[in-house]
Ligand binder design. Structure first.
Ligand code: CU
Length: 256
């Protein structure tokens, strides 16, 4: 076991216990707890790392029914399980969106000109959960031999509803208001769904198939780190980021 894994495991035990006992850390005390787990971080390396754990009975997921479009059905190599509600085999959660919702540090950063891409592949969206900054280009790609329609439905601003034929060029848009989370649908294939976290700073991440996440180069400050999941609810906690240090922030969710 590497030193990093040991640190994560230790932090997980402490934070998991706290969460399962419904003990809310808050304010300075918890910030210090997390800072105490910090280690040195080189410039540009992760400043906030963590893992998202799940306790309890994982939801039993029903395969998506794609019979409405035989092309989609034929693209599947096995049962097409939904992403929402999925728990990794190791008991961690993928598809959790982590972001800094409040803070004292200087979070202002230029909006990247490079696009965030969402791809329609095998009649699913890849990725299923993604983040983007307000005003950053969103590029929609189709790789499927069937027509899709991408329908983005923000609470503020206008719907964006565009069809893409097989072989079409990518289409581009922008999201104009912060929102956790903006839903994406396909009006042709009702099982297609994605969630976009639209944020005003670049300090966000999505947990992967090992439940881990990392947010790089966060300026020093005191922050609220928030986490969204589609199925298991949301949480937040205070963290303190100090220059040159890495903060470990694990979260645990249970069945709702
Ligand atoms: Cu579609």
């Amino acid at each position: 076991m590497t030193k990093f894994q040991t640190t994560c495991l230790g932090a997980a035990v402490v934070l998991s216990l706290a969460t399962s006992l419904n003990v809310m850390f808050n304010g300075r005390a918890h910030a210090d707890t997390l800072a105490a787990q910090s280690g040195p971080a080189a410039s540009g390396s992760p400043t906030i790392v963590g893992k998202i754990y799940f306790r309890g009975q994982a939801p039993r997921l029903r395969p998506l029914v794609m019979s409405k479009d035989p092309v989609c059905e034929s693209e599947q190599s096995g049962p097409a399980l939904p992403e929402d509600g999925r728990v990794n085999p190791d008991g961690t959660l993928p598809n959790a969106f982590l972001y800094i919702s409040k803070g004292t540090g200087n979070l202002s950063a230029p909006v990247p000109s490079q696009p965030i891409t969402i791809t329609q592949k095998e009649c699913r969206y890849e990725p299923h959960v993604l983040g983007i900054m307000v005003g950053q280009p969103l590029r929609v790609v189709t790789l499927d031999p069937t027509t899709h329609n991408i329908h983005i439905v923000p609470k503020s601003g206008h719907d964006w509803d565009v069809s893409q034929q097989p072989g079409s060029d990518p289409v581009n848009t922008k999201l104009t208001h912060p929102e956790i989370m903006v839903p994406v649908h396909c009006n042709i294939h009702p099982w297609m769904a994605a969630h976009i976290g639209v944020v005003t700073n670049p300090y966000y991440a999505v947990s992967g198939d090992n439940g881990a996440f990392e947010i790089k180069s966060v300026p020093p400050g005191s922050y609220t780190l928030s986490i969204w999941t589609a199925t298991f609810g949301t949480q937040e906690r205070q963290i303190m980021v100090r220059s040159g240090e890495t903060v470990t922030a694990d979260f645990t969710f249970t069945t709702q």
